[in-house]
Design a protein around this ligand. Structure first.
Ligand code: NCD
Length: 306
């Protein structure tokens, strides 16, 4: 059960809750599609504290809260808050939690959301902590896969790109590996998924490092493509070595199975050529719009109205 709890790591969410979230997200999706106004969170306030850039995560959380009839107060830039005056995360979160019923935080430091949850008097949702985790992205990714295939097991999933610094894939690989899936890890040598991310998982033997995208192109059901996280490189010479490592264009896509899909947490830089957007296998915009419904479900379950 999510009620009253912080959501910092995907491991905080029980597998049964994945399906509760999917059911509720589907319900909200249907209700909104017929123009219904859902008033379940009238009078509740969400704080969104974003100390790193964001388009989809912040806007979809705020949209979700508004769609539920609640209100939002927000910090959308580190420099506009007292963090720029040297205030600690602990003090910032003490205040934000006294002004609201739930807090969503994005921060460049791995572990920031966990720290915040320890000082907060209300549940904290991790909207991304450095190269750590991005659990709500994973829930909307899984929901998108579930909508398409009707299941989140018995799938062959290829994670492609920056598997070292990308937090979305750190959460996703842990969630996928709870079920009977094959997960292929495809990245440049210096951007491999760190061992600590996949250690201690029962299904780790179904996770394989693959050198060439071509080896999985005709067999995977899902291609989860990610951006090289330029902002996290210590040495930009290393970034120069890996830029443009993977690029999906129509030639790549033409080799994929008819029933497969391409996902991407977005923003994309050059990993997916816009010519792919019109192909029915391009699922990334649908994935991003599902963010609102899935986040509505998460918020209302944490706040205990569902
Ligand atoms: C991702 C993030 O911030 O981790 N974006 C998102 O939340 N959809 C991916 C990225 O920045 O590459």
């Amino acid at each position: 059960m999510l009620k009253g709890k912080s959501l910092v790591n995907i491991d905080d969410v029980a597998s049964e809750d994945f399906f509760r979230i999917f059911d509720l997200a589907s319900e909200y999706k249907k209700r909104l599609s017929v123009g219904e106004y859902v008033k379940e969170l009238e009078g509740k306030i969400m704080s969104t504290l974003f100390f790193e850039p964001s388009t989809r995560t912040r806007l979809s959380f705020e949209s979700a809260m508004h769609r539920l009839g609640g209100n939002v107060i927000s910090v959308s830039e580190a420099k506009s808050s007292s963090a720029s005056k040297g205030e600690t995360i602990a003090d910032t979160i003490r205040m934000a939690s006294s002004y609201s019923d739930i807090v969503v935080m994005r921060h460049p430091m791995e572990g920031a959301a966990r720290l915040a949850s320890e000082f907060s008097s209300v549940p904290v949702i991790n909207g991304g902590d450095g190269s750590g985790q991005h659990p709500t992205q994973t829930l909307l990714d899984l929901f998108t896969i579930w909508e398409k295939f009707g299941r989140i097991d018995n799938l062959d999933v290829s994670l492609v790109g920056d598997l070292k610094y990308g937090r979305t894939v750190h959460s996703l690989v842990r969630a996928l590996s709870r079920f009977d899936n094959t997960v292929n890890l495809i990245s440049p040598e210096i951007l491999q998924m760190p061992d600590h991310v996949i250690s201690g998982m029962k299904q780790a033997r179904r996770i394989k490092r693959i050198e060439n995208l071509d080896d999985v192109l005709t067999k995977s059901d899902v291609f989860y493509v990610t951006r090289i996280q330029k902002e996290r490189f210590v040495d930009l010479n290393d970034y120069a070595k890996v830029i443009g490592s993977y690029s999906f264009d129509m030639e790549t896509v033409s080799k994929m199975k008819k029933n497969s899909i391409i996902m991407h947490p977005l923003p994309r830089v050059d990993e997916i050529n816009p010519e792919v957007d019109m192909d029915p296998r391009a699922y990334y915009f649908r994935e991003a719009s599902n963010g609102v419904f899935v986040r509505m479900a998460i918020i209302s379950m944490i706040l205990g109205v569902r």
